[in-house]
Structures are given as structure tokens and as C-alpha cells.
Write a protein of this length. Structure first.
Length: 482
């Protein structure tokens, strides 16, 4: 029987054999819509993971007996790690592909959750926060570019809203899990671990959205540069950047302690709710004001920041929880509008080949402001006048910085017209340079792709008309064009 079957096959015409051959099995790939949703979920979960420890800091403090300064150091080291990753690995996915970078980042995040869940002291927290910051900084660059690869308009909005949404939901959900479910120092991290595993499997099923290019090692070299045309506007924006990010750092590290001082409760839910309200209103503000002129956004942001912090300080004096959360909400509006307004008034002034250096300068200011003032606050709580005195000093410093930004904005308003979002047709010319096509993520440097004008806190948004854009040889970014 076996011989007869073999003989029959030999006698068949070649065409019949071809027709009879089984078709190659197609690999399962996620549809574009599902892939887009997956990338958004990765941004949300990474930032949720970064804020998840906030409601737990008081639990760790009671179990291990460390000071508020230790809390701020644990938080601040994360901010520094994110900054290092953004400056070095932010464009790595252009050279290796989006999927490999995301898979490695998700594996590292899973490892971080294991470290958190098994932590027995402050050294484990520090290690977890460093690895978490590095993987988050690398991942958000790949996710941001991937979202823009799939859909520029929706990707721009997602890049702007998803990070702060993740920060808000992570703090609140962590507080709920800690207060109402068992194993408070384990469960939230195990839930996030499961999410990261599922997301890693999803990324493995995604189609690669970019074509890798040479130059991976060169892309790791950070570059910070501010051209002369941008220096004065950046100096005006720096007080706003420092004000908003230092406010966020205080809430993310000492927020639960502040809530206890005002409300008189050590509830993890209320401790997480403070950061939830601040970040949540920031996300809503970015979404609502995405089509508003940049200078108007920055003006609203600085005013809201001064007002919100002022209301919060009044709440501290009155020990009123309701007034405190109202002030926090107004401060959240100031955070979202202040940062977006500062970014959008500065970046359009830089030429395409200068934007990466300018964006790096903004990240340096922002993330140092996120971590270092919080550490100083922790020091003052322990070695200065105590928590309430430090809160007042910190709040007044934020208000002074916002007032300086407002004064600088008014001064600039008398010297030049309102800066609108730059489009591809408005970019400064680089016709004297040799030009070649440039990859999309190099072109995406926090300048809006459409009239929305939104940009991400951690990722970059595309330039309009990117398909026609060019990459000058003398670019401030290590040249990715072979």
C-alpha cells in the first residue's frame, strides 16, 4: 500500500502536486485596532506601576521604620532612572524595532513586580525603582512611536493622555487593593505582573510597525542642545516646568502623609486619591485644551497652579479634606496646562534637526524637578521645621515659580505674537544641508501632528508632513540615515 501510494504520487503531474501542496500557515497577528489598544494599555500599565507604590509608602514606613526622607529618595531615584533611559534609549526602537524593545521592557517590568512583591527592606525598593525607571523610559519611547506608526492623529492624543491616566489609575487602584483586599504589599504587584505577562504575549503577536535601521549604539549617546533662538523662550518656560513637576513629585512621594495631616486618616485609598485627582484633572485638561493656542494654555496653567496650590495651603490650615481635594483638582489643571503650554511654546521655535536636543533639555529640567525637590522636602521634614512647615514652604515655592512663569509669559507677549503649532510647511529651512529621508520617531519631537497640538509627557508627537521631511547630516541626533 505504501509503495502504491508513492508510485501514484510520482505519476502525478507537477502542477497537480503544486495544487495539492498544503498552503503555508499564516502567523496570527493582531489587527491594527487591537494593536493600538494594546500599546495604549502598555503606557497606562507602566505608569500605573510607577504610581502603585505611593499608597504603600506609609505601610512600608510602619513596617520598616524609615523616615519621610527615605520615601522621597525611593521616589526620586525613579525619576532619575527614567531621565537616563529617555536620554539614551528613547530612540532605540528606531534601530531595533518596536517589538523587541517592548518585549524586553515588559520582561523587566515583570521582574520589578516580583522584586516589589518580595521586598524585605529599602534596598529592594531602590533596586526595583531603578529598574522600573529604566524600563519605563525605554518603553514609552517605543510605545509613543508605535502609536504614531499605527495612526498619527489618534496616536498623538493617546500619547498626551495615556501617561497621566496611568498615573491616576495606578494610585487609586493600588489604594483600593491595599485597603480592602488581603496581602497589601503583594497583591497589587502580582496583579500588575499578570498584566505585563499578557501584554508581552500580545506584543509577540503584533506586526512590527517600523523598519529597523543601523546605528543602535550611536543612538545611545545623549545630546542636550539649546539653539540661540530657543534659549530665551526656554528660560521663560523653565519656572513653569519646575513648578508643575515639583508639585507632582511632592504628591507622588509625600501625598499620603499630606492627606493624613489634613484629613486625619491614614487610609491608603485617600492617600492614592490625592495623586489620582491631580493626575486625572491633568489628563482631562490636556484633552480639553488640545486645540487651544499654546500661550493661552500656558497662561491658564500658571494661573491654575497658583490658585490650586493656594487653595491646598488654605485646606492645610483649615484641615479641610473637601477644600484640599478642590485645591488638588485645580492644581491638576495647572499641571496639565502648564506643562503642555511650556512644551508647545518652546519646541516649534527649533529647527527639525535641533528638536531632539531641545526636547532632551526639557526632559532634564522636568525630571530633575520631579525628583530633587521631593528629596529636599523629605530632608526638611526630618531635619527642618517638620511636615506642615515644609508643606507651606514647598507650596509657596511652587507658587513663586508659577508667578515667575506668568510674568515671563506676559513679558514675551509684548515682544512676539502667539506661537501656534508648527506644521511641516512652517519648519525652518535646512536647504543648505545634504538631506536624506529620516525615520518617523526622529521626526516626532513633541510638535503636534494636527491642530490638536497635544504632546506626551513621556513620548513624542509627530511633525506634520513627516513623509516629506528630511534628516540633515549635521543633525543634533546621531545620524540614523545610512
Amino acid at each position: 500500500m505504501v509503495f502504491t501510494q508513492h508510485h501514484d504520487i510520482q505519476d502525478r503531474p507537477t502542477e497537480a502536486l503544486a495544487n495539492a501542496a498544503p498552503a503555508p500557515r499564516r502567523r496570527l497577528r493582531l489587527p491594527t485596532t487591537v494593536a493600538f489598544a494594546l500599546l495604549v494599555s502598555i503606557v497606562v500599565s507602566f505608569l500605573a506601576g510607577s504610581s502603585a507604590p505611593t499608597p504603600l509608602y506609609r505601610v512600608y514606613q510602619s513596617e520598616w521604620g524609615f523616615s519621610p526622607m527615605t520615601i522621597t529618595v525611593v521616589f526620586g531615584i525613579y525619576a532619575v532612572a527614567v531621565l537616563v533611559a529617555l536620554l539614551t534609549a528613547g530612540t532605540l526602537s528606531d534601530h531595533l524595532g518596536r517589538r523587541p524593545v517592548l518585549v524586553v521592557a515588559l520582561i523587566l517590568q515583570g521582574a520589578v513586580m516580583v522584586i516589589f512583591a518580595t521586598a524585605g527592606g529599602v534596598p529592594a525598593l531602590l533596586v526595583a525603582r531603578v529598574v522600573q525607571g529604566l524600563s519605563t523610559g525605554a518603553a514609552v519611547g517605543a510605545v509613543g512611536a508605535g502609536l504614531l506608526d499605527l495612526e498619527k492623529t489618534r496616536g498623538t492624543i493617546a500619547n498626551a493622555v495615556a501617561p497621566v491616566t496611568g498615573t491616576a489609575t495606578g494610585a487609586l487602584l493600588s489604594g483600593l487593593l491595599v485597603q480592602f483586599l488581603p496581602a497589601p504589599t503583594h497583591l497589587v504587584y502580582l496583579v500588575l505582573l499578570g498584566i505585563f505577562v499578557i501584554q508581552a504575549l500580545g506584543v509577540a503577536l503584533m506586526s512590527e510597525t517600523s523598519t529597523p535601521i543601523p546605528g543602535a549604539l550611536a543612538s545611545l549617546r545623549p545630546h542636550v542642545g539649546v539653539p540661540p533662538l530657543v534659549r530665551r523662550p526656554l528660560l521663560v518656560a523653565i519656572p513653569a516646568l519646575v513648578a508643575v513637576w515639583s508639585l507632582g513629585g511632592f504628591y507622588a512621594s509625600l501625598g499620603p502623609d499630606l492627606v493624613q495631616q489634613v484629613v486625619g486618616s491614614s487610609s491608603p485609598v485617600l492617600g492614592g486619591a490625592a495623586l489620582f485627582v491631580l493626575a486625572g484633572f491633568s489628563a482631562l485638561t490636556v484633552l480639553v485644551l488640545r486645540a487651544t493656542p499654546p500661550r493661552t494654555v500656558m497662561f491658564l496653567g500658571t494661573v491654575a497652579l497658583i490658585t490650586g496650590v493656594g487653595i491646598t495651603l488654605v485646606a492645610v490650615a483649615l484641615t479641610s479634606g473637601v477644600v484640599f481635594f478642590i485645591g488638588t483638582a485645580v492644581g491638576g489643571v495647572g499641571f496639565g496646562a502648564g506643562f503642555q503650554g511650556a512644551m508647545r511654546t518652546v519646541l516649534p521655535l527649533a529647527a527639525p534637526h535641533e528638536r531632539s536636543g531641545v526636547l532632551s533639555a526639557i526632559w532634564v529640567v522636568s525630571y530633575l524637578a520631579l525628583g530633587l525637590p521631593a528629596i529636599v522636602a523629605g530632608f526638611l521634614v526630618v531635619h527642618g521645621g517638620g511636615f506642615l512647615s515644609t508643606t507651606w514652604e514647598y507650596g509657596l515655592a511652587v507658587m513663586v515659580l508659577a508667578a515667575l512663569a506668568l510674568a515671563g509669559l506676559a513679558w514675551r507677549g509684548g515682544h512676539q505674537p502667539d506661537q501656534q503649532s508648527t506644521t511641516g510647511d512652517q519648519l525652518p529651512a535646512v536647504s543648505t544641508m545634504r538631506k536624506r529621508p529620516c525615520p518617523a520617531s526622529i521626526l516626532s519631537t513633541a510638535v503636534p501632528a494636527d491642530s490638536s497640538g497635544t504632546s506626551s509627557i513621556h513620548a513624542r508627537t509627530p511633525l506634520s508632513g513627516a513623509k516629506r521631511s528630511v534628516c540633515p547630516v549635521s543633525s543634533a541626533v546621531p545620524d540614523p540615515c545610512p
